[in-house]
Design a protein around this ligand. Structure first.
Ligand SMILES: CC(C)(COP(=O)(O)OP(=O)(O)OC[C@H]1O[C@@H](n2cnc3c(N)ncnc32)[C@H](O)[C@@H]1OP(=O)(O)O)[C@@H](O)C(=O)NCCC(=O)NCCS
Length: 301
């Protein structure tokens, strides 16, 4: 690659109208599905969050967008983050993916930062790319799905359910707090600040199904769903495990998929999380695909 051929720069929300057609028109559907499983609407959410860093690549001479990357500053006290890169098929194997990968890391300026990348089982090009870039496989996940169905809700004694669509600072704070605790040992968690929680509702159709303990009104568990019925998050506070809450939240997720008019209800589960997989299978979710997580230790490069 000639050094001046491409220009990589940070993308603001105002730049999304240019980038979305690039992603929608020029990418294979399968690559988009793999790369942005939450749907395009999530892009607006992500790019609007200060912690997120979106990058675009332009072909300088031809003045066209030819690459996109997404990463986020690690949460406080963490040294891991995530990198997603998408290069126009016509511009691949010219070093642009590598350039964007390096640009993502430069934005953090955190010595020894660990970066993760996700690759599906049938994507040998991306596998070769992450391996060439020094990533090592660390984890395996499953994409699961089923068709939506209008299940009749079942009451769980002592708990109440509601479809929350934002607007209450106390609820936002409680969701952010629970996210922080649920993901304490995970490498990455979005929406761990109350303002970030409120922001997600700017996306049309976004809903969080909440379960509250009736006695105290505290949040006992929730499912975070996009309008395409992609389950971003399903969590039940540890002290309420075994109450049937997770099962009922999962059932209601399938029903909410029907209410949202989605074609499938989709989720993403760690292969190691046998309890969660069992729960999802109980409500008819099936494994569609295996996804591999890679990590690179910058310090080891
Ligand atoms: C994966 C992807 C980002 C790579 O972008 P790229 O600009 O082609 O990457 P580079 O040119 O920097 O490749 C660097 C090295 O990775 C390896 N590599 C990349 N693509 C490869 C392929 N299809 N087959 C074999 N090796 C490959 C090679 O070793 C390459 O070096 P070389 O060309 O000198 O042999 C691009 O193919 C893409 O956008 N794919 C769809 C989106 C995706 O799957 N993203 C997941 C990764 S986060």
């Amino acid at each position: 690659m000639k050094p001046s051929e491409y220009l990589v720069e940070r993308l603001a929300v105002s730049g999304l109208p240019d980038v979305k057609p690039f992603l929608a028109d020029r990418m294979e559907a399968s690559a988009i599905e793999e790369y942005l499983p939450f749907g395009f609407d999530m892009l607006d959410e992500w790019v609007a969050v200060e912690r997120t860093i979106a990058l675009k690549a332009k072909h300088v001479a031809e003045d066209r967008i030819c690459g996109f990357a997404l990463t986020a500053k690690p949460m406080a006290g963490r040294d891991q983050t995530h990198v997603m890169i998408m290069i126009d098929p016509g511009d691949r194997r010219k070093g642009l993916g590598s350039l964007m990968d390096a640009a993502c890391v430069e934005f953090f300026d955190i010595p020894g930062i660990k970066t993760q990348a996700v690759v599906t089982e049938n994507n040998p090009g991306a596998t070769a790319f992450v391996e060439a870039r020094g990533y090592k496989m660390i984890d395996k996940n499953y994409k699961m799905s089923r068709e939506p169905e209008a299940f009749e809700p079942v009451e769980v004694e002592g708990f109440s359910f509601e479809a929350y669509r934002g607007g209450d600072p106390d609820t936002n704070a409680a969701i952010a707090d629970q996210n922080r605790r649920l993901y304490a040992n995970e490498r990455l968690a979005y929406f761990t600040a109350p303002e970030e929680v409120e922001k997600i509702f700017e996306s049309p159709g976004r809903v969080i199904l909440l379960a509250r303990l009736e006695e105290t009104q505290e949040i006992a568990g929730f499912v975070d769903l996009t309008k395409e019925a992609f389950v971003c998050n399903l969590g039940v506070a540890r002290k309420f495990w075994g109450t049937g809450l997770a099962h009922e939240l999962s059932r209601r997720t399938i029903a909410m998929g029907a209410e949202l008019g989605a074609d499938r209800v989709r989720s993403y589960v760690r292969a190691k999380n046998a309890a969660s997989i069992r729960m999802q299978k109980r409500v008819g979710m099936e494994i569609d695909e295996t996804v591999y997580h890679y990590e690179r230790d910058q310090a080891a490069l």
